[in-house]
Design a protein around this ligand. Structure first.
Ligand SMILES: *[C@@H]1O[C@H](CO)[C@@H](O)[C@H](O)[C@H]1NC(C)=O
Ligand SMILES: *[C@@H]1O[C@H](CO)[C@@H](O)[C@H](O)[C@H]1NC(C)=O
Length: 398
C-alpha cells in the first residue's frame, strides 16, 4: 500500500472512531454541542458563490466588505463576509496546513480577517467534508479536521461552510460531527454551516452538530429553482430553532434571473422561514431595486424575531398558498403567495393561522410599509399578482 493510500486509510479510521464515539454518547441528546452561543437568530451576510463562483480574490472580498458598510447593509445586520470554494492551493504545505492561493489571496487569511474585522464585520470560509471540495481545485478537510479547524481559528475565521463533495460514500453523520469536535477543540466560536444538501435529513440531527444545515441541493437563479427549495425546506419547519436553522441555500436576489416580484417572493419566504439571509449578488454594484428588497428593515426584523419559529404552509389551494407562523409579543406573520400565472384573490382564514374566530386584528403590510386602516375579523383577503405575494404582521386588538 502506497504512503498516500495508507495515510488515507489511517485518517479514515480516526474519523470513524471519533465519529462513532460521538454518535453513541452524544448525538442522542438534543443539545447544540458546539455551544458557541451563535445563531440565536438566523445568520445574515454575503457569500461569494452565487455571483462569482470560483472567480474570487482578496480584492473582491475586501471591496465587498467596504460595500456592505457603504450601502448601509452592514448596519442592517449583514455582517458575515463568506468566502466560498476555490480560495486555497491544491496542495497542503509540508506540515499539512491548507495554503491560501498565492495568485488570488497573496496576503493570506489572517490579513484578510484583520481587514474585515476592522470594518466591524466577520469573515467566513469554506471547506468540504470530503477529500476534495466540489470544484476539485482545493483539498477537503476529511481526515484533516483538527489541523484545519486550528488554522481557521488562528486566522480569525468566524464562519465555516462545510460542503459534501467527494466524500467517499461515508455517511454524513460520521463526517460532520468530527469537524464539530475539531471546532470545539480549536477554541474560537465559529458558526458551523452544514452544507449536506439534505441528503440524510440533516434537520433530524443537525442541531447537535452545527448552527445551520442545508435542506436542499444548490439553488439557481430561476423561479422554479427558488420555489422548489422553499417547498423542500418547509417540510422541516419543526426542527429550526435558536441555535440551529434550516437552510434552503443562499439568496439569488440581484443576480438578474428573476423579476422584481419573484425576488420579493424569494426574500419574503426566506425571511418568514427563518432562513439564513446570505446575499449572493455583487454588493459592489447593487441596483436600487435589489436594495429595496434586501434592505427592507421590517422583513429583516421578521426574520430576526427572537421567538425563532419557522413559518409553515397552513393552506394550499391550486396555485395559491398561505404561510404563517408565530412571532414574539403574540404577533403572527402571514404570507399570501400566488404561484400561478394569473392575478388572484387569496384569503387567510383565522382558523388556519390560529386566531380565535371573533378576534380582530391590525395588519401591517411589510412591503407597502403601511398599517391598514381596516380591522380584520375572521379572515384577511387580498388580490395578489402572478408570482407575487403579500407579507403581513398581524397584531391582535380585541
Ligand atoms: C453592474 O450591474 C449592471 C446591472 O445592474 C450590469 O449591467 C453591469 O455590467 C455591472 N457592472 C459590473 C462592473 O459588474
Ligand atoms: C371574510 O370576512 C368577512 C367579514 O368578516 C366576510 O364578509 C367574508 O365573506 C370573509 N371572506 C371569506 C373569503 O371567507
Amino acid at each position: 500500500m502506497g504512503a498516500f493510500a495508507w495515510l488515507k486509510t489511517w485518517s479514515l479510521l480516526i474519523v470513524i472512531a471519533a465519529a462513532s464515539s460521538f454518535d453513541s454518547d452524544e448525538t442522542s441528546n438534543r443539545r447544540n454541542l458546539l455551544g458557541n452561543g451563535l445563531a440565536s437568530t438566523p445568520p445574515m451576510g454575503w457569500n461569494s458563490w452565487n455571483h462569482f463562483n470560483c472567480m474570487i480574490d482578496e480584492k473582491i472580498i475586501k471591496q465587498t466588505a467596504d460595500a456592505l458598510v457603504a450601502t448601509g447593509l452592514a448596519k442592517l445586520g449583514y455582517n458575515y463576509v463568506n468566502i466560498d470554494d476555490c480560495w486555497a492551493e491544491l496542495n497542503r504545505d509540508s506540515k499539512g496546513v491548507l495554503v491560501p492561493k498565492k495568485s488570488t489571496f497573496p496576503s493570506g487569511m489572517k490579513a484578510l480577517s484583520d481587514y474585515v474585522h476592522t470594518k466591524g464585520l466577520k469573515l467566513g470560509i469554506y471547506s468540504d467534508a470530503g477529500f476534495y471540495t466540489c470544484s476539485k481545485k482545493m483539498p477537503g478537510s476529511l481526515g484533516h479536521e483538527e489541523i484545519d479547524a486550528k488554522s481557521f481559528a488562528s486566522w480569525g475565521i468566524d464562519y465555516l461552510k462545510y460542503d459534501n463533495c467527494n466524500n467517499g460514500g461515508i455517511r454524513p453523520t460520521l463526517r460532520y460531527p468530527v469537524m464539530t469536535r475539531a471546532l470545539i477543540n480549536a477554541g474560537r466560536p465559529i458558526f458551523f454551516s452544514l452544507c449536506e444538501w439534505g441528503d440524510l435529513h440533516p434537520a433530524l440531527w443537525g442541531y447537535t452538530v452545527g448552527n445551520s444545515w442545508r435542506t436542499t441541493n444548490d439553488i439557481s437563479d430561476t423561479w422554479d429553482s427558488m420555489i422548489s427549495r422553499a417547498d423542500q425546506n418547509e417540510v422541516y419547519a419543526d426542527y429550526a430553532r435558536p441555535g440551529g436553522w434550516n437552510d434552503p441555500d443562499m439568496l439569488e436576489v440581484g443576480n438578474g434571473g428573476m423579476s422584481k416580484n419573484e425576488c420579493i417572493v424569494h426574500f419574503s419566504i426566506w425571511a418568514i422561514s427563518k432562513a439564513p439571509l446570505l446575499i449572493g449578488c455583487d454588493v459592489r454594484n447593487i441596483s436600487k431595486d435589489t436594495m429595496e428588497i434586501i434592505a427592507n428593515k421590517e422583513v429583516i426584523a421578521l426574520n430576526q424575531d427572537k421567538l425563532g419559529v419557522q413559518a409553515k404552509k397552513v393552506r394550499m389551494e391550486g396555485d395559491w398558498e398561505v404561510w404563517s407562523g408565530p412571532l414574539s409579543q403574540y404577533r403572527i406573520a402571514v404570507l399570501l403567495l400566488n404561484r400561478g400565472p394569473v392575478r388572484t384573490e387569496i384569503t387567510a382564514h383565522w382558523d388556519d393561522i390560529g386566531i380565535a374566530p371573533t378576534t380582530s386584528v391590525q395588519a401591517r403590510d411589510l412591503w407597502e410599509h403601511k398599517t391598514l386602516n381596516t380591522r380584520f375579523t375572521g379572515n384577511l383577503t387580498a388580490t395578489i399578482d402572478s408570482h407575487g405575494c403579500k407579507l403581513f404582521v398581524l397584531k391582535l386588538v380585541s
